[in-house]
Design a protein around this ligand. Sequence first.
Ligand code: HEM
Length: 484
Amino acid sequence: MEKLDLEDIQGIIVYGYGKLAAARYLLLQITDRSAGHDWLSSLVDRITSAARNPSVTGQSTCLNLALTASGLTRLGLAAPTLDQFADEFQEGMTFTPHRQRILGDQGESAPEYWQWGGTTTPRIDLLLMLYAIDESTLEQFYQTLVDEFVSHGIQEVKRLDTQRLPDRKEHFGFRDDISDPIIAGTERTGTPENTINAGEFILGYRNGYGQYTNRPLISPDHDPEQLLPIDSASGLKDLGRNGSYLVFRQLHQDVRAFWQFLDQQSRGAQGEPQPQTRLKLAAQMVGRWTSGAPLVATPQQDNADLAEKNDFLYHASDPQGLKCPFGAHIRRVNPRDALEPNPGSAETLNTTNRHRILRRGRTYGQPLAGSMQPEDMLNAEAASNPDLERGIHFICFNANISRQFEFIQHTWVNNPKFDGLYNDDDPLIGDRGQNQTHGVSHFTVQAAPVRKCIAGLPRFVQVRGGSYFFMPGIKAIRFLSQLI
Ligand code: HEM
């Protein structure tokens, strides 16, 4: 197993900073190159590395940083070097109609309506990620950083606050942050099926194919201070090593529409509400109960003892989707061993594992009901401000944006023919066929003797902003702060 240079890898790639409950993301613009360099050099020693787990050291703040392609250009990175980064990163999330189609960014989710990162919003050069033990520590941390960057001509384009929900849930009321791949070579351990080569997430290490993902390599002449690591194969300086591509999507959730739809679909013959049926249907859409317990392990009712269970596959225990429907969110975004042509085989699992991501996002906005109970979310009096902005600042890391994040989004989430289905996209986050001409989306619940098909799913999640970033290794940040 390759040894990871944890001192040089930014901490958020390896850890979720679970004990740091408060977080804020700042989208920044560099106005002056040399002031930008000075600011970066003053900051680099404060960037949190992956060498120590902040949840163990008990540190009260963490800081991480990522750049867009325009940010790298602003800092003076030469075009031939920039060209060696992935095309998706260079082009950006909104660059072509093709990419918008791939991602399902159509209709209300089209980049022209985005609040940031869109086609009509200001340029973004940099993302600063601030984490703190509590809100007041975060505020102080923020103020110090703002004073520093403003004095270096850096402008805050957008500030994105986060809000942690009770029991680590997301806004629809389901426990989140359970399943993530284990990065081989880190202190965390897990099942072999879920342990993934570091190179799938961090550049400069072997990926799932045993190869190194392309990354910018430069002549040693361009690194006179010897700041960057060397790529031993070529003798060139490795600007990409210990870095990762960061995908950021601000996803608004229409929580009221979600539960109202489920309520209508689950009513009894006389139109009476059936809370248990409603809850089960919602769990079937997610693939886990609200506690987090997976349906493959407990298909009939929730069981909080299984809330964090993640050591399961699909084929042996649920080949026909009778426990967890084929189209459920978690069975789509990580089908594990379920897919054709050889479901249940190691080969299938390996193929799926070429499309994994590390999720590091956080929720934002007030919950619709503080109790997070569907009943309260549906109840007009208890539910406050149904139209307020709330959702997930979805953040994930991968080494190959098109093979990992974009593939999941296009081939699994928004694909109506996923796993033999006919007209079903992801019931939770699908774009409802806005790419296609076929119109109405379904959600199919496999059952014997006949499956149940629910038609006319509204779009529950809309995109409000987004961008592709590169999160460099810490040595690479120092190098970028000294570019001539
Ligand atoms: C508002 C948007 C979203 C909501 C409410 C949501 C909700 C959830 C929930 C409740 C889980 C189960 C808990 C867990 O395993 O951590 C989950 C898992 C997951 N989600 Fe999402 N999600 C959203 C967007 C996305 C997007 C955009 C992607 C990727 C394109 C994604 C990928 C995943 C993955 C990979 C897992 C883990 C699946 C597994 O390994 O079993 N999610 N999500």
